[in-house]
Design a protein around this ligand. Structure first.
Ligand code: BEZ
Length: 250
């Protein structure tokens, strides 16, 4: 994906597989450095156009509700906007009230302050169509999923006017984590527990060994045998340092 900074026409690229910049920033959880904050967790960094705005309030409310689901998956959430730390603290109380959370409880994940717009510009998180009171582009609704190796695993970019679906973000994390450990791919609208697909690069003989639960191949008019399904593996496969595939049962 290529991001364009409309003010300077300077491009910055964040491609799948790139190591995510180890930026340092102030957040509602204190000063943080991305890689230290993540340690061996997965991370979701998501930007939003501004504090005290309606769509953002519903989004952060939903992300806060789902935060135990992200934790279960070893994923740390981080929100970001171009407002100040004090505004983030004040707004997070509104979000908790919107969620009908008990007054005084802490907002469950950090909100990063980027009032000098350094990160949104560096990471290409701007929506050129939506401007603030000073005519500056607002932050778009970016979602970056970062793996435990600190590499970018997925990015989705929404305009400021379209709220995200955090159930979908959980769903893609389930797919990313499954496919990180197993040589499978997930089909359209896949949900955990559904059958998965055998990727084209795996020859038939190897597929039979890799997927002892069976491989079903759908007959197609072309006669090509590329639509291959197998039950979702309940094993955890990992590459050793020699590149060998090691399997342990969950
Ligand atoms: C909102 O969060 O409600 C919003 C922010 C910027 C543009 C449109 C909507």
């Amino acid at each position: 994906m290529q991001h364009r900074d409309t003010e300077t026409d300077r491009c910055c690229r964040m491609l799948l597989g790139d190591v995510f910049p180890n930026f340092e920033a102030d957040s509602t959880f204190g000063r943080m450095k991305l890689h230290d904050f993540l340690r061996d967790s997965w991370g979701v960094l998501f930007s939003h156009p501004g504090d005290f705005t309606p769509v953002c309030t519903t989004e952060l409310g939903r992300a806060a509700q789902l935060s135990p689901e992200f934790s279960k998956r070893n994923v740390k959430l981080m929100a970001l906007s171009v407002d100040s730390l004090q505004e983030h603290h004040d707004w997070s109380k509104d979000i908790m009230a919107y969620n009908n959370t008990e007054p005084g409880s802490q907002f469950p994940f950090p909100i990063i302050a980027d009032d000098r717009r350094e990160l949104v510009e560096k990471l290409g998180m701007l929506d050129p169509e939506e401007k603030d009171h000073n005519g500056m582009p607002l932050s778009a609704r970016c979602v970056f999923v970062i793996g435990p190796d600190k590499k970018l695993k997925l990015s989705i970019l929404y305009p400021a006017t379209t709220g995200r679906n955090f159930d979908e973000i959980l769903r893609v994390i389930d797919s990313l984590q499954l496919t990180a450990h197993n040589r499978v791919a997930t089909p359209v609208d896949w949900r955990p527990g559904n059958s998965v697909m055998v990727p084209p690069r795996i020859p038939e003989t190897e597929a039979a060994m890799l997927f002892p639960a069976g491989v079903y191949t759908k007959d197609l008019p072309s006669g090509k045998k590329y639509l291959r399904y197998t039950p979702q593996p309940n094993t955890h496969q990992q590459r050793t340092t020699d590149g060998e595939l090691e399997t342990s049962h969950l």
